[in-house]
Design a protein around this ligand. Structure first.
Ligand code: SAH
Length: 483
């Protein structure tokens, strides 16, 4: 029985159940889950119940479990090391607990900490690594919530890492019999490239790196690296788990002005932050200088995160940055992000493709006059094609007139999404022929993404985030907006 409060903390333990008998009382879905977990731990499982649910019945038939049929009998506990009471009858569960107590068999009663001699923790599993979480039995939902939080923090390479380390344990001990040197070796290993290589699913490279590290003496390891991380459009909820991890491990963060403050706030507190944002219309840090900064910090052994708005490979010059790193032999990774077209469409309620309205999607940049001069306008004016135009705010006049001149209908719907996914998001909609005028009336400024195509009309119906789209009537007086 659980002792009365204030209770001392529970004593945690990881039990080796291989070949040991465990009893589950109950034959329903919960009992099945418990039996399965015990089987996975290598236990011999006996299930006592009047009736077994179908899968348990199959397991009994196949000899995976032993079935004792009928009402609970304390003799079921014979030879068992532990038992789980998982019936839906509280009195039966308590009887199991009492019988266990009398025979010194550890009993857990599902969802009843009071009657339980032991509890099964919520856990995060990565191969042989297990993190067990207990709320002391009183607040299993809290433990489950913590588990979800922790699930997000560790990727599956942790399992591969644990396997590598246990496989190599003897070699490491033999190489570094001295505990202090061994500890330094582990620090270098865990802070170095090997976890990243395992994350990239390159076990052979990781093994080579391990062998090299083991052969080397305990000299400081200076290999820095760069991770190109897509920060998404602004809403920090759209950052990927991998991006979050990279931000947590960073020593230096080089960020764009499009990477939002909310995302930056998720980064390691003591990481050095350098704003290298290039603003439209000049200013900011030139590209070659960004390359130089990345290289310089990586050479100094730092873990550098290059944080870019949206996705690094969509109008983000991520390719050039990787080429610069590659030329200098600096290790890198890329973490994709939610690009503005996808995010703005989602947050404005505009499906980019639609069985009836759009069969294809084009991502286009209208950065400056030259980039538009080279455009094959005809290819952009097909019907039932969605255009997502980046960096187009200054070029709306040209976009509107050229698209119409090359054959796109003047009444093709557009949606202009300013600050997509952010608290200040605004969406302006209307016919293509009024694009520039409406943008001017509403004072739309960068960053804004333009969507042109039949699907844009759906914003009026499907919007769900922030204010409804601004749909002013043509030639309406300034500031008059009909929702
Ligand atoms: N790599 C980025 C794009 C960089 S180009 C990505 O994948 O999203 C910069 C342009 O992206 C801006 O001019 C604007 O058109 C668009 N953009 C980025 N974030 C945006 C946001 N939150 N809302 C609207 N447009 C955005």
């Amino acid at each position: 029985m659980a002792p009365s409060s204030p209770s001392p903390p529970l004593y945690p333990l990881f039990a080796d159940l291989r070949g040991r008998l465990a009893l589950v009382v109950g034959g329903g879905a919960v009992a099945k889950r418990k039996a399965q977990a015990l089987l996975e731990a290598g236990a011999r499982v006996r299930v006592g119940a009047i009736r077994l649910e179908p899968e348990l019945a199959r397991w009994a038939e196949a000899g995976r479990i032993e079935h004792r049929e009928g009402a609970f009998d304390p003799a079921w506990l014979d030879d068992a090391w532990l038992a789980i009471a998982a019936t839906d009858d509280a009195a039966v569960n308590r009887a199991v607990a009492a019988a266990g107590e009398a025979r010194r068999v550890w009993v857990n009663v599902v969802d009843d900490a009071e009657s339980s001699a032991f509890q099964v923790p919520a856990r995060v599993e990565r191969g042989p690594v297990q993190i067990a979480i207990s709320s002391g039995g009183g607040a299993p939902m809290l433990a489950r919530h913590l588990r979800e939080t922790l699930e997000a923090q560790f990727d599956d390479s942790l399992g591969a890492l644990a396997e590598l380390l246990s496989r190599e344990r003897e070699r490491i001990r033999a190489r570094f019999p001295d505990i202090a040197r061994r500890r330094r070796f582990f620090e270098r290993l865990l802070g170095g490239r090997i976890p990243a290589l395992l994350r990239q699913r390159r076990p052979r490279r990781a093994q080579q790196e391990f062998d090299a590290l083991l052969a080397r003496d305990a000299r400081p390891d200076n290999a820095g690296s760069v991770v190109l991380v897509g920060a998404g459009p602004g809403d920090p909820g759209l950052l990927t788990l991998r991006g979050l991890r990279a931000l947590n491990e960073a020593d230096v963060i080089l960020h764009d002005h499009l990477a939002s403050d909310e995302v930056l706030r998720l980064a390691r507190r003591d990481a050095e932050r350098i704003d290298v944002g290039k603003r439209a219309g000049g200013g900011g840090v030139p590209q070659h200088r960004i390359h130089a900064l990345m290289i310089e910090h990586a050479r100094a052994g730092k873990r550098v995160v290059r944080l870019k708005g949206g996705d690094p490979f969509v109008f983000g010059r991520g390719g050039e940055e990787l080429q610069a790193l590659r030329a200098q032999g600096i290790a890198y990774e890329v973490v994709p992000g939610v690009t503005a077209a996808l995010a703005c469409a989602a947050y404005a309620g505009i499906p980019l493709t639609h069985r009836k309205l759009a069969q294809s999607l084009r991502l286009v940049t209208a950065h400056h006059k030259d980039s538009l001069d080279e455009v094959d306008w005809r290819s952009l004016t097909q019907e039932r094609q969605t255009l997502a135009v980046y960096m187009g705010v200054a070029m709306l006049e040209t976009l509107q007139s050229q698209l119409i001149a090359h054959g796109r209908a003047a009444d093709t719907p557009f949606a202009l999404i300013e600050n997509g996914s952010r608290a200040e998001q605004r969406v302006v909609v209307g016919p293509l022929s009024e694009l520039a005028e409406r943008a001017r009336i509403h004072g739309v400024a960068s960053p804004a993404l333009l969507i042109v195509g039949e699907v844009a009309a759906l914003a009026g119906e499907l919007h769900w985030y922030g204010e409804a789209p601004l749909t002013i009537l043509p030639h309406a007086p300034l500031l008059e907006e009909a929702a």
